[in-house]
Design a binder for this molecule. Sequence first.
Ligand code: FAD
Length: 504
Amino acid sequence: MRIAVIGAGPAGLLLATLVARDLPSASVDLFERNGADEAFGFGVVFSDATQRGVDAADSALRTTLDAHGVRWDAIEVRLKDEIHSFAGNGMGAVLRKDLLAQLQQAAADAGVNLHFRHPAALADLRGYDIVAAADGANSRTRQAIGEDVLGTSFDYATAKFIWFATDHSFDGLTFLHQHVEGLGDVPGVFAAHAYPIGKGLSTFIVETDEATWRAAGLDDFDLTTPPGPSDEHSRRRLEEIFAPLIDGAQLIGNNSRWGNFRTIRSERWHAGNVVFLGDAVHTAHFSVGSGTKMAIEDAIALAEAIVAHPDDAEAAFAAYESVRQPAVARIQNAARPSLSWWENFGAYYHAFEPWQFAFHFFSRSLPTAKIARRDPAAAEEPQQEWVRRHGAPALASPLVLESGTGDRLELAARLIPRADLADVAVLEAPLDEEDLDAAIRSVFDSPDAPRAALVTGGTPLTRQLASEAIRLRHGASAVIHEPDCDDDRALTLVLSGRADAVAR
Ligand SMILES: Cc1cc2nc3c(=O)[nH]c(=O)nc-3n(C[C@H](O)[C@H](O)[C@H](O)COP(=O)(O)OP(=O)(O)OC[C@H]3O[C@@H](n4cnc5c(N)ncnc54)[C@H](O)[C@@H]3O)c2cc1C
């Protein structure tokens, strides 16, 4: 059997290695357009659970992490001179270059024929039984097959991000937030996702909303220039902005340019004898740190399927898709609330005190009880802060709402029966995030807009986002209606500032 693999990123290298090692009758050619030692980007991060899963199939990740990586347990959120921490999140990171070097060595040892500086196109690979396309998010192979054939869709985030490294040293995954004065009527907040990757370097990804990005004059880089040069103007400006938080350390570019994160989804991952893996068919927002994890797990599953069905590519591809498509969909769904957090963090920065901002972040996909299991203090601290301000625990705190008829509605607690809110205005949340603004405007864009609303319908995420918009943008009260809401979820929604109360 002859197999061609396009792309020597983590997905292509591991697939080629595993097939060559576990199917000795196969001849595997791997084509990479770049040289062996050229790698864009800096570090990649893996949870302990991912490392254990990958270990069972191949030792390259473990070997690299043991030799060159950095491990940590706590996530930190820093803003307004405060640090809030959430432990129990075991993770490790390594330079992408080190991981690729280890994977290249493993591929060579397994007998893969490695062809660097050799761009490959489908039309040149006719003699192969299987062509595996691991050619990344801008996959030419996907375009050659036809994105309509594969059912590929693209969603663009509105936030702007740019990827650097820094020589400032961080202990673990750290989220820094810095407000810039004097930018006019925009949030003016910049966030950095930073984590150590070894050799004295840390990854430093900066994110901000588009209005802030323009107001800060960061939009003057010519994006039509070919890959290679970094956006030097932005690098220097961001060094200044973050200087107080990183002791004036330098930011280091590597083809670093602003972009909008693109979530790629594909209904089908194969067509004929061509099969796709990694970023070529799916991406998930980098804040969930899962791109390389998904690429590696795809490679393991695809190699197992090819080895199990050496004479039947169609059966192998079907087996591969049945294992990986649901797993990837779960990660992409989990990434949604995280991505949406990064679309709105400027508003949260201004609206919330640091303890609540940090808890809002930690709870974007975990309820309070799960946070408490990993780190009791991370769940306890916001509850104590709440009691200090309100004199009672979050769900036992009274609340006064104004009903649609202008009457005062005095509630004794924050988890209440729906029937108690019969006179409160109702906002029907949409199923899609893109319809949120219109739904909110339909209720709140009028001089006699209600002072409180019950948010119902939609999805858990659109209900939360609608509720936040009512609270933060319109200064009104919002109660989320969830018939099946348990105490833990209600506590999370109220304590994090996503809702004033919950009705069921
Ligand atoms: C800002 C940012 C931060 C990230 N942080 C993390 C993180 O912390 N953790 C994590 O797990 N993931 C992270 N990722 C995602 C990660 O970089 C990718 O998901 C991962 O590299 C995907 O692996 P891949 O093998 O599918 O594709 P890639 O790594 O993109 O590899 C594709 C390869 O194909 C080659 N190629 C393309 N076309 C051709 C051709 N025609 N012929 C030959 N070769 C070709 C390319 O040169 C490249 O080497 C991040 C991504 C971004 C944008």
